[in-house]
Ligand binder design. Structure first.
Ligand SMILES: Cc1cc2nc3c(=O)[nH]c(=O)nc-3n(C[C@H](O)[C@H](O)[C@H](O)COP(=O)(O)O)c2cc1C
Length: 190
């Protein structure tokens, strides 16, 4: 782990979604410390509407076997090289965090819970970035597949809203430009 200490502005503006990792393992203690700090995300009523399913270490192999069934359904027909290439974006992260939230029947609470969990996710991404660890929030459609949810231990009334990949990286992707404040702001009454 790289000991860094970015300012809040640096962490927010310099973070990039990392989609290509270099395969270096992630220390479980580092991941748990990121999670321990990220839980300070704002959330209505302190409901803390999240739980995480984590893979970091030996449990990564069986997780990748499960992901392969959904990400590369025809994997049995591929050569070893083809399969390795198709699976590289799933096999190189050093850790996975699946964020599971309750699906409250009340719309207001459901939206609040999603918003709170999104803040929690961004906290994790920024804290990881500060440690030199890259992250990407991914939402492949198969997160909702019952055959994926079941081995993940996701219950009725819960939903996986994010597959977060964490890992070390060699290259930082180019920034994706953002609109400036003046482009998105309307002054009240004008
Ligand atoms: C809700 C959400 C879902 C996303 N899903 C995916 C995804 O499925 N696959 C992916 O490659 N990136 C995904 N991303 C990452 C975006 O591609 C990335 O944030 C965007 O390109 C901006 O890049 P930056 O984060 O480096 O600024 C997702 C981001 C968010 C917030």
């Amino acid at each position: 782990m790289k000991e860094q200490s970015l300012t809040v502005i640096e962490a927010i503006t310099q973070r990039r979604s990392i989609k290509m990792f270099n395969g270096q393992p992630i220390d479980r203690e580092d991941l748990m410390s990121i999670i321990d700090d990220a839980v300070w995300a704002p959330n209505h009523g302190n409901r803390q509407p999240w739980r995480l399913v984590v893979a970091c270490g030996p449990e990564l192999e069986p997780l990748k076997d499960l992901i392969r069934e959904f990400a590369v359904p025809n994997w049995k027909e591929l050569s070893e090289d083809e399969l390795q290439s198709k699976m590289s974006k799933f096999s190189l992260p050093g850790a996975y965090v699946f964020v599971v939230i309750p699906e409250d029947a009340r719309q207001k609470e459901r939206l609040e819970d999603f918003a709170a969990a999104s803040s929690f996710i961004q906290n994790m991404q920024l804290l990881a970035w500060d440690k030199g660890i890259g992250a990407c929030w991914k939402t492949p459609a198969w997160l909702d597949n019952p055959k994926f949810r079941e081995p993940m231990g996701v219950k009725t009334g819960e939903r996986i809203i994010s597959m977060l990949q964490f890992g070390y990286y060699d290259l930082v992707p180019k920034e994706k430009p953002r609109k400036s404040a003046s482009e998105i702001v309307t002054i009240f009454g004008e």
